[in-house]
Design a protein. Structure first.
Lengths: 114, 113
Protein backbone atom coordinates (compact mmCIF):
# COMPACT_ATOMS: atom_id res chain seq x y z
CA UNK A 1 0.00 0.00 0.00
CA UNK A 2 1.15 3.51 -0.66
CA UNK A 3 1.56 6.04 2.12
CA UNK A 4 3.20 9.31 3.02
CA UNK A 5 4.38 10.45 6.41
CA UNK A 6 4.77 13.96 7.69
CA UNK A 7 6.66 13.52 10.94
CA UNK A 8 6.09 17.04 12.27
CA UNK A 9 2.65 18.25 13.29
CA UNK A 10 3.92 21.82 13.48
CA UNK A 11 6.94 23.75 12.29
CA UNK A 12 7.77 27.19 13.64
CA UNK A 13 10.17 29.50 11.86
CA UNK A 14 11.04 33.17 12.02
CA UNK A 15 10.25 35.38 9.04
CA UNK A 16 13.22 35.63 6.73
CA UNK A 17 14.67 32.29 7.82
CA UNK A 18 14.69 29.21 5.60
CA UNK A 19 11.96 26.67 6.17
CA UNK A 20 11.70 22.92 5.64
CA UNK A 21 8.59 20.78 5.90
CA UNK A 22 9.40 17.09 5.85
CA UNK A 23 7.73 14.29 3.93
CA UNK A 24 8.67 10.65 3.41
CA UNK A 25 6.86 8.18 1.22
CA UNK A 26 6.37 4.47 0.86
CA UNK A 27 5.22 3.06 -2.48
CA UNK A 28 5.76 -0.09 -4.48
CA UNK A 29 6.00 1.65 -7.85
CA UNK A 30 7.28 4.93 -9.18
CA UNK A 31 5.81 7.79 -7.19
CA UNK A 32 4.29 11.01 -8.32
CA UNK A 33 4.71 13.39 -5.39
CA UNK A 34 2.81 16.56 -4.62
CA UNK A 35 2.67 19.37 -2.14
CA UNK A 36 -0.57 21.20 -1.43
CA UNK A 37 -1.28 24.08 0.95
CA UNK A 38 -4.50 24.73 2.82
CA UNK A 39 -5.48 28.06 4.33
CA UNK A 40 -8.24 28.22 6.99
CA UNK A 41 -11.69 27.37 5.64
CA UNK A 42 -10.28 26.89 2.17
CA UNK A 43 -9.67 23.96 -0.15
CA UNK A 44 -6.25 22.70 -1.10
CA UNK A 45 -4.04 24.70 -3.41
CA UNK A 46 -1.38 23.04 -5.54
CA UNK A 47 2.23 24.09 -4.87
CA UNK A 48 4.40 21.73 -6.86
CA UNK A 49 4.84 18.18 -8.10
CA UNK A 50 7.55 15.69 -8.96
CA UNK A 51 6.96 13.22 -11.75
CA UNK A 52 10.36 12.55 -13.24
CA UNK A 53 13.55 14.32 -14.17
CA UNK A 54 15.36 16.89 -12.08
CA UNK A 55 15.22 16.02 -8.39
CA UNK A 56 14.81 19.69 -7.44
CA UNK A 57 11.34 20.92 -8.28
CA UNK A 58 10.36 24.58 -8.18
CA UNK A 59 6.81 25.59 -7.52
CA UNK A 60 4.50 28.43 -6.63
CA UNK A 61 5.25 31.28 -4.18
CA UNK A 62 9.00 30.55 -4.08
CA UNK A 63 8.63 27.01 -2.74
CA UNK A 64 10.75 24.13 -3.93
CA UNK A 65 11.09 20.47 -3.04
CA UNK A 66 13.84 17.92 -3.38
CA UNK A 67 13.09 14.35 -4.39
CA UNK A 68 15.50 11.90 -2.76
CA UNK A 69 14.92 8.35 -3.93
CA UNK A 70 17.45 6.72 -1.61
CA UNK A 71 15.87 8.34 1.44
CA UNK A 72 12.33 8.16 0.01
CA UNK A 73 11.82 11.77 0.91
CA UNK A 74 10.28 14.83 -0.70
CA UNK A 75 10.90 17.73 1.66
CA UNK A 76 9.36 21.13 0.97
CA UNK A 77 11.68 24.12 1.28
CA UNK A 78 11.74 27.87 0.95
CA UNK A 79 14.86 30.03 1.32
CA UNK A 80 13.13 32.89 3.14
CA UNK A 81 9.84 32.42 4.97
CA UNK A 82 7.04 34.97 5.02
CA UNK A 83 4.33 35.40 7.65
CA UNK A 84 1.82 34.82 4.85
CA UNK A 85 3.26 31.31 4.36
CA UNK A 86 1.62 30.28 7.63
CA UNK A 87 -0.81 27.52 6.67
CA UNK A 88 -1.35 23.77 6.69
CA UNK A 89 0.84 21.85 4.25
CA UNK A 90 0.07 18.42 2.86
CA UNK A 91 2.32 16.01 1.05
CA UNK A 92 0.62 13.51 -1.26
CA UNK A 93 1.59 10.59 -3.48
CA UNK A 94 0.12 8.92 -6.53
CA UNK A 95 1.47 5.75 -8.07
CA UNK A 96 1.53 4.30 -11.56
CA UNK A 97 -1.60 2.25 -12.03
CA UNK A 98 -3.30 3.95 -9.11
CA UNK A 99 -5.51 6.09 -11.24
CA UNK A 100 -5.75 9.67 -10.15
CA UNK A 101 -6.16 8.79 -6.47
CA UNK A 102 -3.98 10.83 -4.14
CA UNK A 103 -2.87 9.55 -0.75
CA UNK A 104 -2.24 12.41 1.64
CA UNK A 105 -0.14 12.79 4.73
CA UNK A 106 -1.62 14.09 7.96
CA UNK A 107 -0.40 17.61 7.34
CA UNK A 108 2.12 19.97 8.93
CA UNK A 109 1.05 23.30 10.37
CA UNK A 110 3.61 25.94 9.44
CA UNK A 111 3.77 29.03 11.63
CA UNK A 112 5.98 31.89 10.53
CA UNK A 113 6.52 34.52 13.20
CA UNK A 114 7.86 38.05 13.02
CA UNK B 1 -12.68 30.58 -15.03
CA UNK B 2 -14.65 29.88 -11.84
CA UNK B 3 -12.54 26.93 -10.79
CA UNK B 4 -14.08 24.10 -8.80
CA UNK B 5 -17.23 25.11 -6.96
CA UNK B 6 -19.07 23.26 -4.21
CA UNK B 7 -22.40 23.70 -2.50
CA UNK B 8 -23.48 24.18 0.14
CA UNK B 9 -20.65 25.74 2.11
CA UNK B 10 -21.88 24.45 5.44
CA UNK B 11 -24.47 21.88 6.43
CA UNK B 12 -25.82 20.63 9.73
CA UNK B 13 -27.64 17.31 9.90
CA UNK B 14 -28.68 14.87 12.60
CA UNK B 15 -27.77 11.22 12.91
CA UNK B 16 -29.65 8.94 10.55
CA UNK B 17 -30.41 11.65 8.02
CA UNK B 18 -29.25 11.72 4.43
CA UNK B 19 -27.23 14.45 2.74
CA UNK B 20 -26.35 15.46 -0.82
CA UNK B 21 -23.32 17.58 -1.64
CA UNK B 22 -22.70 19.10 -5.05
CA UNK B 23 -19.65 19.91 -7.12
CA UNK B 24 -19.05 21.67 -10.42
CA UNK B 25 -15.63 20.94 -11.92
CA UNK B 26 -13.20 23.38 -13.39
CA UNK B 27 -14.04 24.27 -16.97
CA UNK B 28 -12.75 21.63 -19.38
CA UNK B 29 -12.28 18.97 -16.71
CA UNK B 30 -14.04 15.64 -17.10
CA UNK B 31 -13.11 13.76 -13.92
CA UNK B 32 -14.35 14.42 -10.41
CA UNK B 33 -12.97 12.98 -7.18
CA UNK B 34 -14.33 13.30 -3.67
CA UNK B 35 -12.28 13.40 -0.48
CA UNK B 36 -13.22 13.46 3.20
CA UNK B 37 -11.07 15.53 5.53
CA UNK B 38 -11.75 14.94 9.21
CA UNK B 39 -10.56 17.52 11.69
CA UNK B 40 -6.79 17.39 12.08
CA UNK B 41 -6.38 14.79 9.34
CA UNK B 42 -5.34 14.70 5.73
CA UNK B 43 -7.95 14.22 3.02
CA UNK B 44 -9.06 10.62 2.47
CA UNK B 45 -10.09 9.45 -1.00
CA UNK B 46 -13.75 8.45 -1.27
CA UNK B 47 -14.25 7.81 -4.99
CA UNK B 48 -13.72 9.13 -8.48
CA UNK B 49 -16.13 9.57 -11.37
CA UNK B 50 -15.40 9.64 -15.06
CA UNK B 51 -17.87 9.35 -17.94
CA UNK B 52 -20.69 9.16 -15.39
CA UNK B 53 -19.30 6.01 -13.80
CA UNK B 54 -17.49 5.34 -10.56
CA UNK B 55 -14.00 4.46 -11.68
CA UNK B 56 -12.17 4.08 -8.41
CA UNK B 57 -13.25 3.81 -4.79
CA UNK B 58 -11.53 4.23 -1.46
CA UNK B 59 -12.23 2.46 1.80
CA UNK B 60 -15.66 3.93 2.50
CA UNK B 61 -18.92 2.06 3.18
CA UNK B 62 -21.78 1.81 0.73
CA UNK B 63 -23.55 4.59 2.62
CA UNK B 64 -21.37 6.84 0.53
CA UNK B 65 -22.52 7.02 -3.07
CA UNK B 66 -22.16 9.42 -5.91
CA UNK B 67 -23.20 10.45 -9.33
CA UNK B 68 -21.73 12.31 -12.26
CA UNK B 69 -23.92 14.11 -14.73
CA UNK B 70 -23.39 14.59 -18.49
CA UNK B 71 -22.07 18.11 -17.85
CA UNK B 72 -19.39 16.52 -15.57
CA UNK B 73 -20.82 17.96 -12.37
CA UNK B 74 -21.13 15.54 -9.50
CA UNK B 75 -23.01 14.76 -6.32
CA UNK B 76 -21.93 12.96 -3.19
CA UNK B 77 -24.68 11.29 -1.19
CA UNK B 78 -24.30 9.98 2.33
CA UNK B 79 -27.10 7.92 3.89
CA UNK B 80 -27.74 7.07 7.53
CA UNK B 81 -25.40 9.75 8.79
CA UNK B 82 -23.15 8.99 11.74
CA UNK B 83 -21.43 11.42 14.07
CA UNK B 84 -18.14 10.29 12.54
CA UNK B 85 -19.22 11.57 9.14
CA UNK B 86 -18.66 15.12 10.37
CA UNK B 87 -15.86 16.46 8.18
CA UNK B 88 -14.89 18.77 5.36
CA UNK B 89 -15.83 17.18 2.06
CA UNK B 90 -13.59 18.20 -0.80
CA UNK B 91 -14.27 17.85 -4.48
CA UNK B 92 -11.39 17.79 -6.93
CA UNK B 93 -11.55 17.92 -10.70
CA UNK B 94 -9.02 16.91 -13.31
CA UNK B 95 -8.63 15.69 -16.83
CA UNK B 96 -8.85 11.96 -17.36
CA UNK B 97 -5.31 11.65 -18.66
CA UNK B 98 -2.81 9.96 -16.36
CA UNK B 99 -0.79 12.33 -14.25
CA UNK B 100 -3.37 15.06 -14.48
CA UNK B 101 -3.25 17.62 -11.73
CA UNK B 102 -6.13 17.75 -9.25
CA UNK B 103 -7.80 21.09 -8.61
CA UNK B 104 -9.70 21.27 -5.34
CA UNK B 105 -12.83 23.15 -4.44
CA UNK B 106 -13.29 25.03 -1.14
CA UNK B 107 -15.18 22.14 0.42
CA UNK B 108 -18.46 21.59 2.23
CA UNK B 109 -18.31 21.49 6.01
CA UNK B 110 -20.74 18.81 7.24
CA UNK B 111 -21.64 18.66 10.90
CA UNK B 112 -23.65 15.69 12.17
CA UNK B 113 -25.33 16.16 15.55
Amino acid sequence: AQSVAQPEDQVNVAEGNPLTVKCTYSVSGNPYLFWYVQYPNRGLQFLLKYITGDNLVKGSYGFEAEFNKSQTSFHLKKPSALVSDSALYFCAVRITGGGNKLTFGTGTQLKVEL
Amino acid sequence: DAGVTQSPTHLIKTRGQQVTLRCSPKSGHDTVSWYQQALGQGPQFIFQYYEEEERQRGNFPDRFSGHQFPNYSSELNVNALLLGDSALYLCASSLESWGALLFFGPGTRLTVL
